[in-house]
Design a protein around this ligand. Structure first.
Ligand SMILES: Nc1ncnc2c1ncn2[C@@H]1O[C@H](COP(=O)(O)OP(=O)(O)O)[C@@H](O)[C@H]1O
Ligand SMILES: [Mg+2]
Length: 231
């Protein structure tokens, strides 16, 4: 469903992504892994249209999306949870979620109730300001905001960074539920091996701006981990 072919990306004079190829199947739950600085966030930003690619192609269900704006990608059902969450600290939880509604093609006015079933804490905190929530609650809000558009594809960039273990567990369960029960395609950047193995069904390993290994999660061997993940 998502195909990147020969993608190159440069920040100023520095090339970050090098002839990168990536295939993501519909309904899969793919974990993108690799050490700090290999280009995982850059890859997701290119997927989302937040950074232009220098060359190469991006296809969504066979359609060329390479030059489409981030907004039109959201309209076409790609939801994105950025690294560091990026919620609006001065807006309430409800207002943060309503911001997501603007990207819905049907212009619905109501926040889907499903979000509060998945994250009851957002209902309890509805009128609190985003900045007053704990880190874990802010992450749940960021995921909820991405879900407001009923995405076909959900992209998450290190959702567990700096979050307490019980919320990490809840977030993992929600990702699995969305993938298995709603057949949502999930692309997850994750550094924690235990979480990646529990939640991811497939892996892609990155090194220096390229995908260097891929397969079902059960094929992620100790040898690959030692070579591409261990510090
Ligand atoms: N805004 C930027 N300007 C210039 N270089 C950047 C910028 N953002 C990231 N980089 C560089 O791009 C490389 C890849 O970064 P990133 O995609 O964030 O990696 P990862 O998410 O795998 O840790 C790093 O070397 C980083 O220093
Ligand atoms: Mg990153």
């Amino acid at each position: 469903m998502i195909n990147l072919n020969g993608v190159n990306q440069l920040y100023g004079g520095t090339q970050i992504l090098w002839d990168l190829d990536l295939q993501i199947a519909k309904g899969s739950c793919t974990c993108i892994m690799g050490r700090n600085g290999v280009g995982k966030t850059t890859l997701l930003k290119c997927l989302m249209g937040l950074l232009p690619v220098t060359s190469g192609k991006l296809l969504l269900d066979g359609d060329d999306f390479t030059r489409k704006t981030a907004e039109s990608r959201a309209h076409n059902g790609i939801g994105y949870v950025p690294q560091g969450r990026d919620i609006f600290p001065l807006l309430t939880v409800e207002e943060n979620l309503r911001v997501g509604l603007g990207a819905r093609p049907d212009k619905a006015k109501e926040i889907p109730g499903r979000i509060f079933e998945l994250f009851p804490v957002l209902n309890e905190m509805m009128h609190r300001r985003g900045g007053d929530l704990s880190g874990g609650q802010q992450q749940q809000l960021a995921i909820g905001r991405a879900l407001v558009i009923d995405p076909k594809v959900l992209i998450l960039d290190e959702p567990n960074e700096g979050i307490q273990p019980n919320i990490v567990k809840q977030i993992g369960d929600v990702i699995t539920k969305l993938n298995e029960e709603e057949n949502m395609t999930v692309i997850l950047v994750e550094q924690k091996l235990g979480f990646a193995r529990r939640v991811g069904k497939d892996f892609r390993l990155m090194e220096k701006g390229r995908v260097v290994a891929s397969g079902p999660m059960t094929d992620l061997s100790d040898e690959l981990i030692a070579k591409h993940l261990a510090v």
